[in-house]
Design a protein around this ligand. Structure first.
Ligand code: CO
Length: 339
């Protein structure tokens, strides 16, 4: 069965010292660590002086990545930046510099990928004109879509500027992948990685809900191709609650012309949910045509046995499994179809 992973991340091996270039003490950088005979080179991802996360060479070395994809039977993979590289909170010149720097670096990794790696670009979403321009530039240089963070500071997905950006993507046929980041309730989720296990799913839910209730899906063309990460977070499980509120409380309707369940055919979700019951629920809610295999590789919170959740599903037919594992992604991202 052909497998395409649409949700994976990269870091370039090195990049210019952003703190030296722009000032400020919270820029991301990689502290490469000595290799004491381990199979992979390792690095500590730093945010200023703070240790953020240990990573290893699959992030920057296409050969290491391809070897692991071979082991796991994954044919193609789409790589995207990790949200720590977005720089949405920085001045536009600095964010645009980062976007172009990391977008070009992503393509360099893909060029080592023997035609099996593709990239999503980042854009400086705090400035809509610049974001639209960078999205178009990136697509022209070889990216297959754009990844955006699910909010820009206080601005949710129904923000006027974000909707303008999404319409630009719809007009140009640019696929958009929405990744949660900069998680809510940071103070109360700082222990036990709860920012990732609780905050991120809540962020994704908030994004889809704000798109619906903010009238985003009513306003942006139906041609928009948009996919939310991590199965849409807590959205599917709590859709009934949202629907009930919409039906029985006028202030819960927002600007949406229709009840929330009406918009379920307007977006895609990846399948990084790690649980067959959760996957079954997504299939029931959005259908097999709207789900795409994604892992969050190469991070520990990603699917370690890539593709197993779908391949061992007792409820999906083989044809449906193939749809989720590759066919939907080929169409969504206009990937070259290999035989
Ligand atoms: Co991710």
């Amino acid at each position: 069965m052909k497998i395409i992973d649409i949700h994976s991340h990269f870091f370039p091996k090195t990049w210019p010292d952003l703190q030296a270039k722009f000032g400020g003490d919270d820029w991301p950088w990689l502290k490469h660590l000595p290799n004491n005979g381990e199979s992979f080179d390792k690095a500590m991802l730093m945010k200023g002086a703070q240790e953020f996360r240990p990573i290893y060479s699959a992030c920057w070395d296409a050969q290491v990545r391809l070897a692991q994809l071979d082991e796991q039977g994954v044919e193609q993979q789409i790589i995207s930046a990790t949200p720590i590289l977005f720089a949405y909170e920085k001045p536009i010149e600095e964010a645009l510099y980062c976007a172009q720097l990391f977008n070009d670096a992503a393509l360099e990794i893909c060029q080592q990928g023997q035609g099996r790696l593709f990239a999503l670009a980042q854009v400086p979403l705090q400035d809509i004109d610049a974001a639209c321009k960078e999205a178009s530039r990136a697509m022209n240089t070889g990216h297959v879509g754009i990844q955006i963070g699910n909010h820009v500071g206080e601005k949710n997905m129904d923000d006027e500027g974000v909707l303008t950006f999404l319409q630009h993507c719809a007009d140009e046929g640019i696929p958009v992948f929405v990744h949660p980041w900069d998680m809510m309730a940071a103070e109360r989720t700082k222990n036990y990685m709860m920012g990732w296990t609780v905050g991120m799913p809540a962020e994704s839910q908030l994004s889809i809900v704000s798109m619906i209730l903010g009238g985003g899906f009513d306003r942006v063309s139906q041609s928009l191709k948009i996919c939310f990460a991590h199965g849409g977070g807590s959205f599917a499980f709590l859709l009934g609650r949202l629907e009930n509120a919409w039906l029985h409380r006028d202030i819960a309707r927002g600007k949406s012309e229709q009840p929330p369940s009406f918009y379920l055919d307007r977006f895609f979700l990846d399948t990084a949910v790690f649980d067959h019951d959760a996957l079954d629920l997504l299939v029931k809610k959005v259908g097999t045509a709207k789900l795409m295999f994604g892992t969050d590789y190469p991070f520990p919170l990603g699917e370690q046995q890539m593709g197993q959740l779908i391949k061992t599903s007792q409820t999906l037919t083989k044809t449906e499994q193939q749809q989720l594992l590759a066919n939907n992604a080929e169409q969504f991202f206009n990937l070259p179809i290999s035989v």
